[in-house]
Design a protein around this ligand. Structure first.
Ligand SMILES: [Zn+2]
Length: 191
């Protein structure tokens, strides 16, 4: 199993795990931020992380790997390659998560749902629902990062390479704002 140190090293080296003072899309502030795209731009690191996730489900007879677009596409592809099975993705059409482009799940098929970062788990839940509506069997969830600190529960086995508990603050009650030393940045604009 990959050590926590090695996982943290990969995320830190690639700039995927940022330390500072961040304005989140929720409006809250935090002192850490995960930008998984920074890892996924490096095929060698992506492969190493995907192998770690694949190894945890190698004895589960996974037949299909599916992730939600955008973040889950590369992870699904790479984990599928490691398991020697098909990789697909779900995407939104008029706000609703769907399998498109001719992707299909056969009733009874054993599906592993993957994601880059799990925060509240909303997208993963929607993919699970799509798979079950097609008659597929969700045998687990695999994510590169669990940002919920291990609190999210999908009702199936969930594995992640890195579990991070990121503390967030109301803007009015943010210790970083109070300290006034680190300027607030909006991730995505600069990174
Ligand atoms: Zn702040």
């Amino acid at each position: 199993m990959m050590s926590k140190e090695r996982a943290e090293q990969i995320f830190a080296t690639t700039g995927a795990l940022l330390e500072g003072h961040f304005l989140l899309s929720s409006g809250r502030h935090s002192n850490r931020y995960i930008q998984c795209a920074s890892v996924l731009q490096y095929p060698c690191y992506t492969e190493e992380l995907a192998e770690e996730l694949a190894s945890r489900f190698r004895n589960d007879n996974v037949e299909v790997v599916i992730g939600p677009a955008m973040g889950g596409i590369i992870v699904a592809y790479e984990v599928a390659r490691k398991l020697g099975v098909k990789g697909m993705f779900c995407e939104r059409e008029n706000g609703e998560m769907k399998l498109r482009r001719g992707f299909t799940v056969v009733p009874g098929q054993r599906v592993l749902v993957v994601e880059d970062v799990i925060t509240t788990g909303g997208s993963v839940r929607e993919v699970i629902q799509v798979v079950r509506e097609e008659g597929g069997a969700v045998i687990g969830v695999a994510a590169l990062v669990d940002r919920s600190g291990g609190k999210v529960d999908f009702g199936v086995r969930t594995e992640s390479v890195l579990v991070v508990d990121i503390e967030t603050f109301e803007p009015d009650n943010c210790p970083l704002c109070k300290a006034g030393k680190i300027p607030l940045v909006k991730p995505g604009s600069r990174y």
